[in-house]
Design a protein around this ligand. Sequence first.
Ligand code: E4P
Length: 216
Amino acid sequence: MRIFIDSANLEEIRRAAAYGIVDGVTTNPSLIAKEGREHHDQIRAICAIIGGDVSAEVVATEADAMVAEGRDLAKIHDSVVVKIPLIRDGIKAVSRLTAEGIRTNVTLCFTATQALLAAKAGAYLISPFMGRLDDISQPGAELIREIVTIYDKYGFATQVLAASARGPLHVKESALAGAHVCTLPYKVFDKLFNHPLTDIGLEQFLADHRRSLVTA
Ligand code: E4P
C-alpha cells in the first residue's frame, strides 16, 4: 500500500519525505487555503519536494471549466494528478481528461456505486472518505472493502485511495481492506511510529549496553 501525506504544508511534507517511505501528497482547496499562497505556486513547491503523485483539486464545477482547469494543473508538473469532485459534471470531465492522457483522482466519494462511475470514466484514483463516513456513524472501512471487491471483480485499473484518515486504525483498516493508497495528515503519519514497548525496549537495550561497557 502506498502512503501519501494529506497536506499542503511544505514543512510537514519535507519532514515526512525525509523517511523515504512516502509515495505522494494529496491536497484539497481547504488545505491549500491554510497555506496562504497561490494554488499553482504551492503545488509546484510540493512537487519539488516529493517524487510521487501530487493531487491538485479543481474548483470549477462545470465540465468544460473543470477540463480547462485540469489541463492547467497538469501542466504544472508530471507528478500532478488532477482531483475532481464526484458530481455529474466531474464524471464528464474525468472521461475527457482520461482520453487526453491526464490522470485524475476522483474525490468526495461516499458510496461504492459512485466509485463504479469513477472507474467507468477511467479515473486513475478514487478517494473514498473514511473519516467523514465514520463521523456520521457509517463504517468507512466497509466502503473501502466494497470498492476494492468491485474493482477486482471487474478488473478496473482505478486505484483505491483511502482518504480522510483520522488515526492509525484507519491506516490498518485501509491496508486490510486492500486499498492501494492511504493518505494521511502528518499528525496521523507520525503516530504510526509509536509504541510504548518500543521505547521501553530500546531504553533497556541501551542501558544494558552502557552497563556492559562499565563492567568490561
Ligand atoms: C483527500 O484527498 C482529502 O483531502 C482528505 O483526506 C479529506 O480529509 P478530511 O475529512 O480530514 O478533511
